[in-house]
Design a protein around this ligand. Structure first.
Ligand code: ADP
Ligand code: ZN
Length: 867
């Protein structure tokens, strides 16, 4: 992009066809941003590191420095501060959203940062940057208490406090981008994210623009040639053989304008000469040459498997829902519609119609899908209806990603489809954002900025006066609460499946009765094993789902089936490994306890020691983990002839994933075992059996959303299975057959589940009633970590008590995963009834000095889990 010259045009070339194995995406890695940051510092926030002060240099009074232009720069490094720099006339103007290279720190190391404020010296220096913002993205001042950024301490050109006077600003060394990468609207969104999710602005901006774009992946300069107007006579008089051939070829190909021109290389290759004859033609005014920047990449939209755009007549429910959505779109005011419709109720069809309505009004749309749902099939469905479409997901190469982004930026895409980070696509004239499967936890980014793509979508729609459609068969409790309480939120329902497919037979298997081997519980129950053999015997296929997260251990008595329960809540306790408890055994008045950890309630966060012996029958307690290797072993023993493949996101690159899926589709694999990610792709007609190995796995997650996740998983499998004439059966294995989440899911009773779940949430001050924030701190040294956590807790208490804030603070306590990669992890959890309280608390926390001793701090606002 840097190499683009003014006046040159931009084109998007296509090279070859889309290879099949690139049609989809892998689920684990998301865009470039997490990789860019390097692995360890992981985007953690060091609250006001002390190394940033070195940016100031003693010198004159600043006013004598060359040029009168000042910009404010936000760096990708974790410094939660913005810095001012002077810009020379030669590189002026520098716009907000462009990147610059500037000297930073005592050693003046060159660093790249985003320009986030820009202005020229005016009569009143204090308004300087403010006025330069084209009114859209004001640089907030220190007095604005909603802005925890340290911009107040940034030296201004003059003005500022006495101590700062006399400091001289450093000069910008160069401007990197010719045009802003981030426009005014996105800058405003970045500031909101920076404030709301407690993340330095520079980091937010870095995450907004794909790494491929920043690196200019796949960009090259192309030289092109075309015939000048009225050159016919001159051509007739040409002597040189090659020159004649070139002119003839250009004429034959009708290359008479930059748009219809031929690439120089292609031209001289076909004629078989060097560039010399072309140059001579140019000198004679017969041809004209130019340069343009091209983003060369394979097309991002799969070809060769095009599907026909089916002519669909909407049913009554769909018509009604579309009418409501269209009305809101036509009002050109911000609004959110929850499209609550069961699987196969025609939601996607409605998204397409709503997008069409927006395009008809000359506006554009963004569609967010969970990464794993971004398969070729889904993308094809949209590209069959819309031609000017761009896709953004992690399955693209860097060059493809850059090409797609440039296409969007150039206004050549009306519809952008992508994963979480596509919410940052540089779309102008935004009219609609669709968030499909809005309840999906994968919309939450787990490195800084820890944003939720759905919530950012809503905010972006609000800033753009656009409409936002959230679709789901099992909406999140937060969204349901918003629909009840907030204006601008509406609900539309699609209660029926479009085609009257029979629901699969649902069979509950009570695992409390299954046998326990030396390795723990058998993962495949008798009834499931039997049905597996039957199905494979008939040449049919099966899918087994297992959430293999190793830490989801639960405590269980194999002898009397007793599980540990919470004293305050009706939930089972989860085992947490922890060093904090001490090592070895522990003797208390109630007997011996396991010393390597404790059991915890994920609702009220009560902790208890785990008895070695079962309190009911006195036999030894067991910790049960359900790993996928265990499942493979068992399958091999029980079905020695079956061809089994395992898919899990941790162990598989995107390519392998699609290879296995297609092998399964072709019948080369009998049993596919894998994690929840498989639940999304269940449309293999020959699959007649789906086994959820443990529907409880997510119930045992130490998280208050465990019930919700369990309900969602079972509903999803139920909705997906049974997609052909062969009737399907779903086996739901559980140790907790009476758990409401499982009962409601088997009955398909969403309303019942919601009512039940809300009772617990309300009683424990959890979302959607209260807001939640999690602070995870980590360090190699436990003592150091403990001290830092105490300091953090003390500071939070100071803010809460000092401001009389209504907030509950818990911890520091060992995090659920208390040690990762030799880092000890501790957690502080904050609960507050109002989002505003949370914002104020973290704003003040951010503005206060650094926490000592310095450790890694990760702040997660609205966490989707508390791990
Ligand atoms: P969802 O997104 O809710 O799972 P889809 O929009 O994917 O549902 O619809 C499921 C299937 O039904 C698709 O193949 C779609 O083309 C088809 N379909 C949707 N609406 C209609 C309709 N009104 N009449 C016939 N087929 C429809
Ligand atoms: Zn409890």
């Amino acid at each position: 992009m840097r190499s683009r010259r003014s006046g040159e045009q931009m084109v998007f070339t296509r090279m070859g066809d889309w290879p099949m194995d690139k049609c989809g995406t892998s689920s684990l890695f998301e865009e470039m941003d997490s990789r860019l940051r390097g692995n360890d510092s992981g985007g953690d926030l060091r609250l006001r590191g002390n190394d940033s002060g070195g940016d100031l240099r003693l010198g004159g009074d600043g006013s004598e420095a060359g040029g009168g232009h000042i910009i404010r720069v936000a760096f990708e490094s974790a410094a939660d501060t913005e810095f001012d720099y002077l810009a020379a006339d030669e590189i002026w103007p520098i716009q907000v959203g462009q990147r610059v290279e500037v000297p930073f720190g005592r050693k003046n190391k060159l660093q790249i940062g985003f320009c986030v404020g820009s202005g020229s010296r005016g009569p009143d220096p204090s308004t300087l940057l403010r006025s330069a913002q084209d009114g859209r993205t004001p640089v907030r001042s220190a007095q604005d208490d909603r802005t925890p950024l340290r911009s107040a301490h940034v030296p201004r050109a003059s003005g500022g406090d006495d101590k700062r006077r006399g400091f001289k600003l450093k000069m910008v060394s160069k401007v990197i981008d010719e045009r802003p990468l981030v426009d005014g609207g996105l800058m405003e969104l970045a500031r909101w994210i920076s404030g709301y999710y407690v993340c330095p602005l520079g980091q937010v901006l870095a995450a907004m623009v794909p790494g491929a774009v920043k690196k200019g992946a796949g960009v090259r300069t192309q030289r092109y040639v075309y015939l000048c107007d009225g050159a016919d006579e001159a051509i007739g008089q040409l002597k040189g053989k090659k020159q004649k051939e070139i002119a003839a070829l250009l004429r034959e190909r009708k290359a008479i304008s930059p748009e219809s021109s031929l690439e120089l290389q292609e031209l001289i290759d076909s004629v078989g000469c060097g560039a010399e004859p072309v140059k001579r033609l140019a000198e004679q005014g017969i041809v004209r040459m130019g340069r343009r920047t091209v983003f060369s990449a394979l097309p991002a939209i799969p070809k060769g498997m095009a599907i026909e755009a089916k002519e669909v007549v909407l049913n009554e429910d769909q018509e009604k829902a579309l009418g409501e959505i269209r009305e809101r779109i036509d009002s050109s005011a911000f609004g959110v519609t929850l499209l609550h419709g069961v699987t196969d109720s025609g939601k996607t069809e409605l998204y397409i119609r709503a997008i069409q309505a927006v395009l008809d009004r000359g506006k554009k749309a963004i569609v967010l899908l969970p990464e794993i749902a971004l398969t070729a099939q889904t993308v094809q469905r949209f590209s069959a209806r819309f031609t000017r479409i761009a896709v953004m997901h992690s399955g693209l190469t860097a060059a493809q990603r850059n090409a797609q982004w440039q296409k969007i930026k150039a206004g050549e895409a009306d519809v952008v489809i992508g994963a979480r980070s596509a919410v940052f696509s540089p779309v102008s004239e935004l009219g609609l954002i669709v968030v499909d499967e809005e309840h999906e936890p994968s919309y939450k980014q787990d490195t800084a900025p820890r944003y939720n793509g759905r919530d950012v979508a809503i905010k972006r729609a609000q800033l753009a006066n656009a409409h936002c459609v959230l679709g789901s068969a099992t909406p999140s409790l937060e969204t349901l609460a918003n629909c009840r309480e907030k204006k601008h939120f509406y609900v539309a329902r699609l209660p029926r499946r479009v085609m009257d497919l029979p629901m699969p037979e649902m069979r509950l298997v009570d695992m409390r009765g299954v046998s326990v081997t030396g390795k723990g519980v058998n993962l495949i129950s008798e009834p499931l094993g039997e049905r597996l053999r039957e199905a494979l015997g008939r040449g049919e296929q099966a899918i087994l789902l297992l959430n293999r997260r190793g830490y989801s251990n639960f405590v269980f008595c194999p002898s009397c089936k007793h599980t540990l329960h919470c004293r305050n809540c009706d939930v089972t306790l989860t085992f947490h490994k922890s060093k904090a408890v001490g090592s070895g055994r522990m003797q208390t008045v109630t007997g011996r306890h396991i010393g390597s950890g404790y059991a915890m309630c994920h609702y009220c966060l009560a902790q208890t020691l785990v008895p070695e012996k079962c309190p009911v029958c006195g036999k030894g307690m067991a910790m049960i983990g359900l790993g996928s290797q265990r499942l493979e072993e068992e399958l091999a023993a029980k079905l020695p002839d079956a061809r089994v493949a395992r898919i899990d996101s941790d162990s598989m690159a995107g390519k392998d994933y699609y290879r296995v899926l297609s092998a399964f589709g072709e019948g080369q694999i009998d049993v596919l075992a894998g994690t929840q990610m498989l639940a999304k792709g269940l449309h293999f007609p020959n699959v007649t059996l789906v086994g959820i190995i443990s529907a409880d796995t997510s119930l045992y997650l130490p998280d208050f959303r465990a019930n919700e996740r369990t309900f969602q998983l079972i509903s999803q499998v139920a909705g997906r299975a049974g997609r052909s004439a062969k009737k399907g059966t779903v086996f739901v294995q559980t140790f907790l057959p009476n758990q409401p989440a499982i009962q409601f899911a088997l009955a398909g009773d969403f309303e019942g589940f919601v009512q039940e779940e809300l009772k617990h949430r309300k009683a424990c001050n959890l979302p959607p009633f209260w807001r939640l924030a999690s602070i995870v701190m980590r360090d190699m040294k436990f003592e150091r970590l403990e001290a830092a956590c105490k300091a953090m807790r003390g500071r939070i208490d100071g803010i809460v008590n000092g401001g009389g804030l209504n907030a509950v603070v818990r911890g520091p306590m060992p995090a659920v995963i208390s040690r990762v990669q030799r880092f000890h992890r501790m957690q502080i959890i904050v609960q507050a009834p109002e989002a505003g309280t949370m914002q104020r608390l973290f704003g003040e926390l951010r503005a206060a000095g650094p926490i000592r001793p310095a450790v890694k701090i990760a702040i997660d606002i609205d966490p989707v889990n508390l791990l």
